[in-house]
Ligand binder design. Structure first.
Ligand code: NDP
Length: 478
């Protein structure tokens, strides 16, 4: 089926760096895929200039040159203010005709061609979040085409209340089934591997509960510092940027009940249910959270200035560059297991993983001893490795226990994470995108922490750029 993808914000950073390369990786795997792209932005651009942007970004993602050219030749660009009802109506009408086999303005081909099929239309909001919200209001004045799919970028709302209001607004436009809230972590290959790992291995299925698991850590510690993204990051911080969205989605896959089928309904029912059951550890934002920001330091061979001295940073905003939140999934399977979510920038050790730490054996036979006999399963989120760290006999003294590590590199995914998520969106399948209720729950979990931080109830700690996560934070593999 032909899909027409309308990108609002077509000359923006996301479109160029992530969205089009993601589609490029999809076209590398599926060069025959029928796709028409209509770009729209308020910047003036000719069809040819847009075509050049498409070719360079699609090939950067892996699309064969000839395929990228075919897509570019068939694409159109419309200069429009997406918050104007009249202009957005024209964009949609043109694209809807296009999805029936007609071309929009500036077209090289104006009649349906043999093989043109009736397809569906995806409207992708690659716009700043405040503009996306305005465009949704504008769309209420427009007769949106039947079956229109909406793809919405993160952040979805600023807190639980605004996410709910945005959900209500979006629900006036199209049914929930046609809304795709993008979280590219849901397309990461190792995140998807969690499904196979948990539900097709008796070995793990049998021990996946508080009965056998002592704690879980989901971390995404980066060595990258601000990298000129102060305009965005200084308003977001590590908690909103990573934990509120990506890491809670990963947690939901790690802790959900087994779905009977892998369908969008079953999978998203299961993840939404655990997010609903999630609360802060000890039900206290002070006990459950930590925040810090980096001071000047050295990351590898790069000298990094203190966060507060980076261009565009307002120190008064008190933005954290390292955040940790511990939660509990308060249900029969998980009650009592601390689940720690952590992400930060400019760190010297870049742990990007899920660590499952198993409980001690009930009785260790006397005569056996060892420093650390904790068994752990480590699922790397980047690079894509998996390690099982288990207790074995010591090398010199067979009764002094040691850890042995069984390690494997997981298959390389054909698609970039964005490409995987986009494949679903272009096929009108929302399975790998976030459902409205889950988006609200993720904010609910974080709102209390954000309020405590705004009230200075949790101290802002410091760490030199290039150092590991502070030891007192208790990282699983420190
Ligand atoms: P940009 O500001 O780079 O791009 C947005 C584009 O939308 C710009 O070209 C902008 O034009 C255009 N635009 C703004 N207002 C209008 C309007 N009224 N009508 C038509 N076009 C308009 O943002 P990003 O590309 O960085 O981000 C887009 C979305 O993706 C955001 O929600 C962001 O949070 C999300 N995101 C971005 C990531 C990234 O790495 N960039 C990563 C993950 C998510 P102009 O330049 O004239 O303002």
């Amino acid at each position: 089926m032909t899909c027409t993808l309308v990108i609002l914000g077509a000359s923006g950073d996301l479109t160029k760096r992530l969205l089009l390369p993601g589609i490029g990786s999809l076209l590398e795997r599926e060069p025959e895929r029928e796709l028409r792209i209509v770009g729209s932005d308020r910047a003036e651009m000719s069809d040819d200039q847009f075509g050049d942007l498409l070719v360079s970004s699609l090939t950067a993602g892996g699309a064969p040159e000839a395929v990228a050219r075919r897509i570019a030749d068939d694409a159109a660009y419309v200069c429009a203010d997406a918050t104007s009802a009249e202009e957005v109506r024209q964009v949609l009408e043109g694209a809807a005709r296009c999805s029936l086999g007609f071309r929009t303005g500036g077209a090289r081909r104006t009649q349906p061609q043999p093989g043109d099929g009736v397809g569906h239309l995806v409207l992708y909001f690659a716009l700043p979040p405040a503009v996306t919200e305005k465009v949704c209001r504008t769309l209420q004045e427009v007769d949106v085409p039947e079956g229109l799919q909406l793809a919405m970028e993160k952040p979805f709302g600023r807190d639980e209340e605004s996410a709910r209001a945005l959900n209500e607004l979006v629900a006036t436009l199209v049914p929930e089934q046609q809304v795709h809230r993008v979280d590219h972590f849901l397309g990461k290959s190792t995140v998807l591997d969690l499904i196979a790992l948990r539900f097709s291995n008796r070995l793990f299925q049998a021990v996946w509960s508080a009965e056998h698991i002592e704690s879980i850590e989901i971390a995404y510690d980066e060595s990258l510092a601000l990298e000129s993204r102060a305009g965005y990051y200084d308003h977001a911080g590590a908690l909103r940027d990573m934990i509120q969205s990506h890491l809670l989605q990963v947690m939901a896959l790690v802790t959900m009940e087994p779905p009977a089928r892998i369908t969008d309904r079953d999978l998203r029912d299961a993840t939404a249910a655990v997010l609903r059951a999630t609360r802060l550890w000890q039900q206290s934002p002070v006990a459950a959270s930590k925040r810090a920001r980096y001071t000047a330091g050295q990351v590898g061979d790069r000298a990094v200035p203190a966060y507060v001295d980076e261009d565009g940073v307002d120190p008064g905003r008190e933005t954290e560059t390292l955040a940790q939140v511990t939660v509990e999934v308060a249900n029969p399977r998980w009650a009592g297991v601390p689940i720690t979510l952590r992400s930060g920038k400019a760190l010297g050790e870049t742990h990007k993983h899920v660590v499952i730490t198993f409980a001690d054996v009930r009785h260790l036979p006397e005569g056996l001893s060892g420093a650390d006999t904790k068994d752990r399963l480590v699922i790397g989120l980047s690079p894509d490795v998996m390690e099982l760290r288990i207790t074995t006999n010591g090398t010199s003294d067979p009764f002094a226990l040691e850890q042995s590590v069984f390690s494997t590199t997981l298959r390389e995914a054909e698609l970039e994470a964005y490409g995987e998520v986009l494949a679903g969106i272009l096929d009108a399948n929302p399975m790998l995108t976030v459902r409205g209720d889950a988006a609200e729950e993720c904010w609910r979990i974080c709102d209390e922490v954000l309020a405590a931080w705004a009230g200075d109830e949790v101290p802002m700690e410091e760490y030199p750029a290039g150092s590991p996560v502070p030891r007192s934070w208790g990282a699983a593999l420190n």
